[in-house]
Design a protein around this ligand. Structure first.
Ligand code: SF4
Ligand code: FES
Length: 145
């Protein structure tokens, strides 16, 4: 996990969970740009805009929280992208089948490898349905090729 922060917001990045539909890149290119290093420019937009964008991330690869002293209204930071939602997990698991894409899982989930190694615990992820991923069982965007 990588972390990017300024005085108003902390953005968390779980690269192995990203399914690359590119919503963040298209929604807020000033902040999320895969051609730049680091790829997250935390000062590229208002924290409220970053929150809105991360709430749309389908895989849970991007998350946010508010640091102490943040000027952001905490009510705005309670969406599906909030890091708090990784703890506050709903009871029902919802799996959305994306046409020619991954299975988007929402709800309390543990993924365990064939040898019993825990791979993921959380509430939002994208699982590969096409068999082409280089990071099984997670979708890595390879289905688009
Ligand atoms: S899955 Fe999330 S982090 Fe990955 S490209 Fe899409 S919106 Fe960005
Ligand atoms: S469904 Fe995305 S890599 Fe297979």
């Amino acid at each position: 996990m990588k972390e990017y922060r300024n005085k108003d917001i902390i953005v968390y990045w779980y690269p192995e969970q990203c399914s690359h539909p590119g919503i963040c890149l298209r929604t807020l290119p000033e902040v999320f740009c895969s051609e730049k290093h680091p790829w997250v420019n935390i000062d590229g937009a208002k924290p409220e805009e970053i929150i809105k964008c991360i709430d749309r991330c389908p895989s849970g690869a991007l998350r946010y929280s508010l640091p102490e002293g943040s000027t952001v209204n905490p009510e705005l930071a309670k969406g599906s992208g909030s890091i708090e939602n990784m703890k506050d997990i709903p009871n029902t698991v919802k799996i959305k089948v994306v046409k020619k894409g991954p299975y988007l899982v929402e709800g309390p989930t543990e993924v365990i490898s064939a040898d019993g190694t825990p791979l993921y615990t959380g509430s939002r992820l994208a699982l590969c349905s096409c068999g082409c991923t280089q990071n099984p069982p997670f979708c890595d965007g390879s289905h688009r090729k």
